[in-house]
Design a protein around this ligand. Structure first.
Ligand code: DQA
Length: 151
């Protein structure tokens, strides 16, 4: 059985394609999921791809990842900038986490520059659109096969 990666998407990411296309592009979340699945197959990884608008649901999914998944990719949407609960769950799960954002959160409003969940992440990829998810999969594929201290 190939190692499995949990890819979590937070609030409003279900609206991709229609939501602020100048910022987030015209691709849908379903298209990102399909690209992740195809890319993961080539890397020998399984993918569990989910989206929720509910903080508690995301926290529960992170908690359940222990023993089921080898690592996580998280685009927490706006919860990135607000959720200590999500941070705590990501710390508690003790799995490699890579944070992804479609937009460059450092080029936007000041309140988007701080990420709570960054403290639990090995690394963050932002500003590269959907490609960021694929780069995160590349990194996790290497990390889950060769665990050790961060880069
Ligand atoms: C986002 C950036 C967040 O600030 C925003 O709230 C989102 C999307 C991104 O992927 O660029 O919902 O996480």
């Amino acid at each position: 059985m190939n190692p499995s990666v949990l890819i979590l998407n937070g609030p409003n990411l279900n609206l991709l394609g229609a939501r602020e296309p100048a910022l987030y592009g015209t691709g849908t979340l379903a298209e990102i999921e399909a690209a992740c699945r195809a890319h993961a197959r080539g890397l020998g990884l399984e993918v569990d791809f989910r989206q929720s608008n509910h903080e508690g649901e995301l926290v529960t999914w992170v908690q359940e990842a222990r023993g089921r998944h080898a690592g996580l990719i998280v685009n927490a949407g706006a919860l990135t900038h607000t959720s200590v609960a999500l941070l705590d769950s990501l710390r508690a799960v003790e799995l490699p986490v890579i944070e992804v954002h479609l937009s460059n959160i450092h080029r936007r409003e000041p309140y988007r520059r701080h990420s709570y969940i960054a403290e639990a992440a090995l690394g963050m990829i932002c500003g590269l659109g959907a490609r960021g998810y694929l780069l995160a999969l590349d990194a996790l594929a290497e990390i889950v096969r060769r665990p050790g201290p961060g880069p």
